[in-house]
Design a protein around this ligand. Structure first.
Ligand SMILES: Nc1ncnc2c1ncn2[C@@H]1O[C@H](COP(=O)(O)OP(=O)(O)O)[C@@H](O)[C@H]1O
Ligand SMILES: [Mg+2]
Length: 260
């Protein structure tokens, strides 16, 4: 059996004349947090979209456990165990955190839609099992105290937590987090860092897009740096910090500022 791995290989994505990805590759391994960094517009979100089926690359391959899944639909990729969050949270702000987690479980539901509408016994049992599973996820992500408040009442940090919880609710093996720390405060950032570390400890492979390099440094074993759609560096965060090209392109100001 081939090794468990999510990978993009030599992916190119052109939008008309705009080349968003120009032969980019990245690998995500179970139990590891891989950082994906680069300036705005360098192609990070586009690479996420290609990895999760939201975009079909112009060329190149997306591979899951050695199987070519290029161009598979988002729900198929999700069923195969790859989940994601979005740079701008895509959550119904009128639902509660617990309901949002429950929504994340529906890709797993096997009974027919009609059976569910008719409330047939099997559908009811399945529904109860899903509720229990949602409760487990709420507990694991330490959301109990506020899981039943509407999402529109929550701080940005908690909204992001709900998004991560929803993403990993189903049996997720890989999760892609697009700037999960954007717009959240320092304390919430610490909570989020613990959550992300917890995902990796449970064997989930995480791909993390994040501008805050200190977060990358504490969480990631390796980091891939994109610039204008191509990978310009791959190595440990420490090596990235010392690499002249990376420093010049991306870290310059940030690295100087965060030495404090
Ligand atoms: N749907 C799209 N149509 C046209 N251009 C796009 C589209 N999505 C992204 N781009 C362009 O591709 C480049 C990479 O964008 P993106 O992947 O969002 O970068 P990042 O997430 O690193 O900030 C940018 O130049 C952006 O304007
Ligand atoms: Mg982006």
């Amino acid at each position: 059996m081939s090794e468990s791995l999510l990978a993009a290989r030599d992916v190119r994505m052109a939008f008309g004349g705009v080349v968003a990805l120009d032969g980019a590759s990245v690998e995500v391994r179970p139990g590891c947090v891989t950082g994906l960094i680069g300036r705005n517009g360098s192609g990070k979100s586009t690479l996420f979209n290609c990895l999760t089926g939201f975009l079909k690359p112009t060329s190149g391959v997306v591979e899951l456990d050695g199987r070519d899944i290029t161009g598979h639909a988002p729900h198929e990729v999700m069923r195969a165990g790859v989940a994601r969050t979005f740079q701008t949270p895509r959550i119904d702000f009128q639902t509660t955190g617990r309901q949002a987690v429950l929504c994340g479980l529906y890709p797993r539901v096997s009974h027919g839609f009609v059976a569910s509408l008719l409330g047939l016994p099997r559908a009811v049992r399945e529904e109860q099992a899903l509720q229990r599973r949602a409760d487990e996820v709420v507990e694991r992500m330490r959301m109990q105290a506020w899981a039943d408040a509407k999402v529109n009442q929550l701080s940005m940090g908690r909204v992001r937590t709900v998004e991560v919880a929803r993403a990993i609710a189903a049996d997720t093996r890989f999760v892609l987090l697009d700037e999960p720390a954007a717009g959240i405060g320092r304390d919430e950032m610490r909570v989020l860092a613990d959550e992300i570390r917890g995902l990796a400890e449970r064997g989930i492979g995480v791909l993390l897009v994040e501008h805050n390099f200190s977060l990358i440094r504490v969480l990631c074993e390796d980091v891939t740096v994109l610039d204008t759609g191509a990978v310009i560096f791959r190595g440990t965060p420490e090596e990235a910090r010392q690499n002249d090209q990376v420093k010049q392109l991306y870290l310059g100001a940030a690295a100087a500022g965060e030495a404090a």
